[in-house]
Design a protein around this ligand. Structure first.
Ligand SMILES: [Zn+2]
Ligand SMILES: [Zn+2]
Length: 284
């Protein structure tokens, strides 16, 4: 199949499928998960409340819904478009291999970027942390928390961990679509406030049991930087798994200098502030 044919196939088939998947995901899956969380919450104290829903969550959903509609969808389309033109190591390889390699490459880059945002020091990482810190403001954790982030965070992650490697490695459009859908689905599930136990699968995949430690206010518990796979946390000493033991507190250990949870304008401007803030209680 020539490059022109690949692009024609892509623009005719994939966006239509993508729209259907995204619509079903947004309405049916999140709705179902909200009902399950309401019926079987893992922690009552992390439940969604009307106050947080109206004053924080819906505002982020509206802002990021627009951002994702304009940027994320556009970027996925651009990524697929780029992949139709680019030829690299993975071009023409079996679909399953492209998806597996795609996930591992995404995870390696995502892990590096995410850990850098949290731990590195310097002017650039000061900015990176501030784009990411918005995701760590809430003191609860439930399915909608996946939407609470600064739009810059989403743009940086998508460019650095998805768009660039796809272009360089030359994935087929369908491999891009499948791995992108897995990553998006997984990001939503990892914030669930449901008492679901994954057992030994926690050593393979990052699920709610592991990601809730990443949202801990304690710097000792705030590990697990991976998004979908546990392998890099296991290899680089940042894996934390305590079956049945929830983090004591969620959010930031020291909120001085950070925007309030119900101040979306301050959250939007936060990356541009130069005032120093502490990332954890261990910071001086
Ligand atoms: Zn984080
Ligand atoms: Zn999270």
């Amino acid at each position: 199949m020539g490059l022109g044919d690949r692009r024609d196939q892509l623009w005719v088939d994939v966006p239509r499928t993508l729209q259907t998947v995204l619509a079903v995901k947004a309405v049916a899956m999140v709705g179902l998960l909200l009902i399950l969380e309401w019926r079987f919450p893992y922690q009552d104290r992390w439940r969604m409340t009307w106050r947080h829903l109206v004053r924080r969550d819906l505002i982020f959903i509206a802002i990021n819904g627009m951002t994702l509609a304009l940027l994320s969808y556009g970027m996925v389309a651009l990524a697929i478009d780029l992949s139709a033109d680019s030829v690299g190591l993975l071009t023409g390889q079996p679909l399953w291999l492209q998806v597996v390699v795609g996930l591992v490459v995404f995870e390696a880059l995502q892990y590096t970027l995410h850990r850098t945002m949290h731990q590195s020091r310097g002017p650039l990482t000061h900015f990176l942390w501030r784009t990411h810190a918005i995701h760590h403001l809430p003191q609860q954790l439930y399915v909608v928390m996946h939407a609470v982030f600064h739009p810059f965070n989403a743009v940086l992650v998508r460019i650095g961990t998805q768009l660039l490697p796809l272009w360089l490695l030359g994935y087929d459009p369908m491999a891009v679509f499948i791995s992108g859908s897995i990553i998006a689905f997984h990001g939503t599930v990892s914030h669930l406030n449901l008492d679901m136990r994954m057992g030994w699968m926690n050593y393979l995949f990052i699920g709610p049991e592991l990601h809730r430690y990443h949202h801990s206010a304690s710097s000792h518990e705030a590990q697990n930087y991976g998004a979908t796979l546990s392998i890099f946390d296991l290899c680089f000493g940042s894996f934390l798994y305590r079956p049945g033991v929830p983090p004591e507190h969620l959010g930031l250990s020291d909120r001085d200098g950070y925007p309030g949870q119900h101040d979306p304008l301050a959250a939007a401007l936060f990356p541009f502030s130069l005032a120093p803030v502490r990332r954890s209680a261990a910071d001086l």
